[in-house]
Design a protein around this ligand. Structure first.
Ligand code: GLN
Length: 238
């Protein structure tokens, strides 16, 4: 069985090891006998979002976001359709912001984004930088954030988790990221998935389910990943 994973704008959105998320997904597929088919796509390309199993958007600075936003907006209808159909999306920082309505930059200029999720971002005065621990249903996610944008969620929009350490969406409301259908938006770079293999497997499970497979994923030995994860949690939460 194949799994189609698309890394969109790898040349523009790939901060702080974001590409490691693709490597982690690919490895966890291969270890289970699933063949990951990795597509790298950038400006000006035709894309088949419905044919993708997992779409990955990494982080990028305001400059990169400005360079690609017009190209991304070309795909708004098709991407929205695939998301409503259950496409699994992982979007980090700049990529996460771009799923929302808009971004008010430090110079007051407003960049219009996709508006697929009811969230918006406003540049803050200080950068929110450092390690982060987030809680989702009693389990932790660890990662690293570096953004000046502060993201706010519209009414009824569900955050990904609760910040236990660090800033998350805006440093004010204790929330981090967004979860909408099978879309996971988050400020956690790091890269995220090697540090949080449970989340990697959730993405794979959701993608396989959309393909009609309800079989549970083969268990992997994550003891090293788990030790590294817990070491980070302990260091930050002491
Ligand atoms: N440009 C955005 C910000 O600073 C996103 C940065 C990032 O992706 N790390 O808010």
């Amino acid at each position: 069985m194949n799994l189609n994973i698309c890394h969109l704008y790898p040349d523009l959105l790939d901060l702080y090891g974001d590409r490691g998320n693709i490597l982690a997904l690919a490895a966890r597929c291969r270890w289970r006998g699933i063949e990951p088919v990795i597509q790298q796509a950038s400006l000006g390309e035709d894309l088949d979002f419905m044919g993708m199993d997992i779409l990955f958007l990494g982080g990028g600075s305001d400059r990169e976001q400005g360079l690609l936003v017009q190209d991304l907006m070309r795909h708004e209808k098709e991407l929205r359709k695939a998301i409503e159909n259950g496409l699994v999306v992982l979007a980090i920082c700049g990529g996460y912001q771009m799923l929302g309505r808009d971004y008010q930059m430090a110079n007051g200029k407003i960049l219009q984004f996709l508006g697929i999720i009811d969230i918006w971002t406003i540049a803050g005065e200080k950068r929110l930088i450092g390690n982060v621990v987030v809680e989702i249903n009693g389990k932790t996610l660890v990662g690293f954030e570096n953004h000046s944008g502060k993201t706010y969620l519209g009414e009824g929009v569900t955050p990904l988790g609760k910040v236990l350490f660090g800033n998350g969406n805006n440093g004010d409301d204790g929330e981090e990221g967004v979860r909408y259908r099978n879309v996971f938006g988050t400020y956690l770079h790091g890269p995220l998935l090697p540090k949080n293999p449970r989340l990697a497997d959730l993405l794979l499970e959701l993608a396989l389910k959309r393909r009609g497979s309800d079989d549970p994923l083969t268990e992997l030995d994550d003891s090293l990943e788990e030790l590294a994860h817990q070491a980070m949690v302990k260091r930050l939460m002491k």
